[in-house]
Design a protein around this ligand. Structure first.
Ligand code: GLN
Length: 261
């Protein structure tokens, strides 16, 4: 007999903003949106996905409870930044008002002070993250491969995160931001100082594709919990989900990379 499952229902609703899905989604980054949607759905939290493009208005941006941006190659970054600049004030407000955000690879570079692409002019960023990124040129190695790191998010310190990185840009953090994680294996922000990603308020930047959230559901739940807490102005405790498969995947990668869970 076919089993039927009934999902719980709540009155919670979240609008998830997704930056330029057609221009910014490398190495499976769109999987992060699926994870956010599913982990909400399994807990009875309704979601609406707002795909952000050139036409999106500030009024629409103001409805966002959780913001996601994926990676992009240098060429697409040059196109996106022109459009992002028109939305600069609304996007800054979201971050300053503690809206949780996740930006992967090419998008945190654009939310930083600047990104110097492999060829051509420096791209001035939105300056929301105090960080600078420089691509050392087409002849220099890209920072590519599996990566393992330990989270630095308060409450999650020491949690292992794993993913796949592929970037030319080298990022250096300024004093008003903190790294998202400390690298155990792989390159992270620049392959030199052991930092991976960035945290400012509830906005996270990371170089981890893979995509990030299916392999590291702790981060997905952190984002969902923050989004609900900011919207509903109360403490939220999310019901646990069965993450056996994600845990097994992480175990396997940890073993392969020779790091402890
Ligand atoms: N263009 C950027 C770099 O190479 C971002 C790449 C990406 O998003 N995967 O650093």
């Amino acid at each position: 007999m076919k089993k039927t499952y009934s999902l719980p229902t709540t009155n919670y609703r979240l609008t998830i903003g997704w930056l330029y899905p057609d221009l910014m989604s490398t190495y499976g980054d769109r999987g992060n949106i699926t994870v956010l949607q599913k982990r909400c759905e399994w807990r009875g939290i309704k979601t609406k996905i707002l795909q952000i493009n050139h036409e999106t208005t500030d009024q629409e941006l103001n409805t966002i409870n959780l913001l996601f941006g994926g990676g992009a190659q240098d060429k697409e970054q040059g196109i996106v930044i022109e459009s992002l600049r028109k939305k600069e004030r609304a996007l800054k407000n979201l971050v300053e008002n503690n809206i949780p955000c996740l930006f992967v690879c090419g998008s945190p570079q654009l939310f930083g002070k600047y990104y110097e692409p492999s060829e051509g002019k420096r791209i001035e960023g939105l300056g929301i993250f105090d960080m600078k990124s420089i691509h050392p040129g087409p002849k220099k190695d890209r920072l590519t491969g599996n990566i393992a790191a330990r989270l630095e998010i308060p409450g999650f310190t020491n949690t292992l995160i794993v993913g796949f990185e592929n970037h030319g840009g080298r990022t250096r953090l300024g004093h008003s931001v903190k790294p998202l994680a400390k690298v155990l294996k792989g390159y992270g922000n620049n392959g030199e100082d052991g930092t991976e990603g960035v945290i400012y308020k509830n906005a996270l930047g990371s170089y981890l594709h893979g995509p990030l959230l299916p392999k590291n559901p702790e981060i997905a739940d952190w984002l969902i919990q923050k989004a609900l807490e900011v919207k509903y102005k109360k403490e939220i405790i999310l019901s646990p989900l069965d993450d056996t498969l994600a845990k097994k995947a992480k175990e396997m990668i940890a073993k392969k990379l020779g790091v402890k869970l």
